[in-house]
Write a new protein. Structure first.
Length: 235
């Protein structure tokens, strides 16, 4: 056991030494970039300590979106809802009456729909990756019960991230009218968005979503710089 711990510690130390060498011994990297990368390395240690001391970690870019979408769902009596989540399990611990999650290839939402109907269907950070989002939206509409709901979240001003493809972005207005084209009445669609330049610049520098630390990361919303967009549509 002691040998195993010593070996693991040795590997961890060697890994960190290698990381710092790459930062400061790279002759092609400017001093400014070396300082930035070194700072990011220190921040990563802070995240690790923060998480290991029992704090919940969420990506900065998702904090407000998660809070606001949770409020939306809490307001529609979740204990009475039969729920389907598409390509994800973010909501599996929520107190729904029933919950299931289906992902590709078990469900190709662009070309398939279930006979089963649901009170709520959730697609979190999914539709930007679909080649045929309107087909998918129509299939979702058909699977929602009368007076049921569809919760959708999507990114906006973040880099392309192939999974396996990245196709589409929507503003709040664009998302609202997209859902209306799929059949949901305009007056039954609530939308929201959040973002600020500080968060977007942090993400743009190296494509990493920083984990939120209270008092360190701003949650100010700059409406012209949305990082995430969401909507709740009622059939």
């Amino acid at each position: 056991m002691r040998l195993t711990l010593e070996t693991s510690l040795s590997k961890a130390i060697n890994r960190e030494i290698t990381a710092w060498r790459k930062i400061f011994l790279d002759s092609e990297t400017s001093l400014q970039e070396k300082i930035f990368k070194g700072w990011r390395q220190i921040i990563s240690y802070a995240y690790n300590i923060y998480w290991r001391t029992g704090n919940e970690c969420e990506q900065w870019i998702r904090i407000v979106m998660n809070r606001e979408t949770t409020i939306l769902i809490e307001n529609i009596n979740p204990a009475e809802l039969d729920v389907l989540e598409i390509s994800g399990k973010e909501w599996q611990k929520f107190p729904f009456r029933s919950y299931k999650s289906l992902s590709y290839p078990d469900l190709d939402i662009c070309s398939q729909k279930l006979e089963e109907k649901f009170d709520l269907i959730i697609a979190e950070q999914v539709f930007e990756h679909l080649l045929w989002p309107y087909r998918a939206g129509n299939n979702v509409y058909d699977m929602v019960k009368p007076e049921g709901y569809f919760l959708i979240t999507v990114p906006f001003l973040i880099r392309i991230h192939h999974c396996p493809v990245d196709c589409t972005r929507w503003t709040e207005t664009g998302l609202k009218y997209f859902l209306a084209e799929c059949g949901f009445p305009l007056e039954n669609i609530q939308t929201g968005s959040w973002g600020n330049r500080q968060c977007l610049l942090s993400h743009a520098k190296d494509g990493i979503c920083e984990y939120y630390i209270k008092y360190w990361h701003s949650l100010k919303n700059e409406e012209l710089y949305p990082a995430s967009v969401w909507a709740l549509a009622k059939k």
